[in-house]
Design a protein around this ligand. Structure first.
Ligand SMILES: Cc1cc2nc3c(=O)[nH]c(=O)nc-3n(C[C@H](O)[C@H](O)[C@H](O)COP(=O)(O)OP(=O)(O)OC[C@H]3O[C@@H](n4cnc5c(N)ncnc54)[C@H](O)[C@@H]3O)c2cc1C
Length: 262
């Protein structure tokens, strides 16, 4: 085990169900809807971790109303007979308690309640959300960091880059299905961004792994690697990150952000 001088803190937050309404819609790329939401419930919204997520609640069938759940001791409470929503996880890209606004970037992947909702959203539409339930506060002071993901990870990666300070070295590897899905990434840190453009799933995984294998990071100092990828990529990406950069489990966090249907 590596001796770490940096502590990763986990915070748990009380769950709150909030409503917000679509205030503005933009298309930062042809494959993404950037939705600005506004509502009084956002005045105490709190999301200290760059990879926090909210659960967005949708009707299973278009046009159907669902019952907004209450919050019990163990989380959201759905009573018998009520129409349950379906829930999807999304990253708050940014929020502002004063203006009671939040921005979420939705990848438009073609099917699914969330993607379809975002594709057809209109100003004034209501969105119900819950959370974030917890936050992982990963120190910004690691000497070097590697961030890996696909388009669904871009909001979390953008948040991480925004919080990193000058003097940090960060390498970002993002797999895109289309070259025009790339977004500008800004940071005070020194960033090296590698876009891996490949739509075929197996080829995309191979190219992403090859890109990671070819990276070099400083020989000195403490590092951290973070990733958010499709379910089948989690294990190979984590393994490459651990082996290539000699990181142990505590210094690598790779999550599944979605699952391809067989
Ligand atoms: C912690 C966390 C944070 C996330 N943050 C974001 C975010 O900020 N922005 C964002 O866009 N996504 C984000 N995601 C991913 C998002 O939750 C999933 O993509 C989700 O499945 C989308 O729901 P849906 O209703 O559109 O599709 P689903 O009903 O879940 O799936 C319908 C079909 O689409 C496929 N599918 C789902 N997602 C994708 C995809 N991205 N590309 C191609 N095919 C897909 C499924 O395999 C299935 O066949 C996050 C996930 C997690 C776990």
């Amino acid at each position: 085990m590596q001796e770490s001088s940096y502590h990763i803190e986990k915070q748990i937050h009380p769950i709150k169900v909030r409503s917000a309404w679509v205030k503005a819609i933009a298309r930062p790329t042809p494959h993404m809807a950037r939705i600005t939401l506004q509502g009084d419930d956002l005045q105490d919204f709190h999301s200290p971790g760059f990879d926090d997520h909210v659960k967005l609640l949708f009707s299973e069938q278009a046009g159907q109303e669902f019952t907004v759940p209450l919050v019990g001791e163990r989380g959201l409470v759905f009573e018998e007979g009520q129409v349950k929503p379906v829930m999807r996880d999304y990253t708050p890209l940014s929020y502002d308690n004063q203006s009671r606004e939040m921005v979420i970037d939705f990848v438009l992947h073609g099917t699914g309640v969330a993607s379809t909702w975002a594709e057809h959203a209109k100003v004034g539409d209501r969105l119900v959300m819950a959370g974030p339930r917890g936050s992982m506060l990963i120190p910004t002071v690691f000497d070097w960091q590697v961030l890996v993901g696909d388009e669904t990870a871009l909001p979390a990666i953008s948040r991480r880059l925004r919080e990193l300070k000058a003097g940090t070295q960060v390498t970002v590897v993002v797999q895109l299905n289309h070259a025009d899905a790339a977004l500008p990434l800004a940071s005070d840190a020194a960033i090296d961004v590698r876009w891996v453009v490949e739509a075929d799933a197996d080829a995309a995984t191979q190219k992403m792994l090859q890109t990671l294998q070819a990276l070099t990071v400083p020989a000195q100092g403490e590092g951290f690697a973070w990733g958010a990828v499709e379910y089948a990529q989690v294990t190979p990406v984590r393994e490459v990150l651990m082996q290539r950069f000699s990181l142990d489990n505590a210094r690598v966090k790779v999550s599944s952000y979605w699952r391809r249907e067989a």
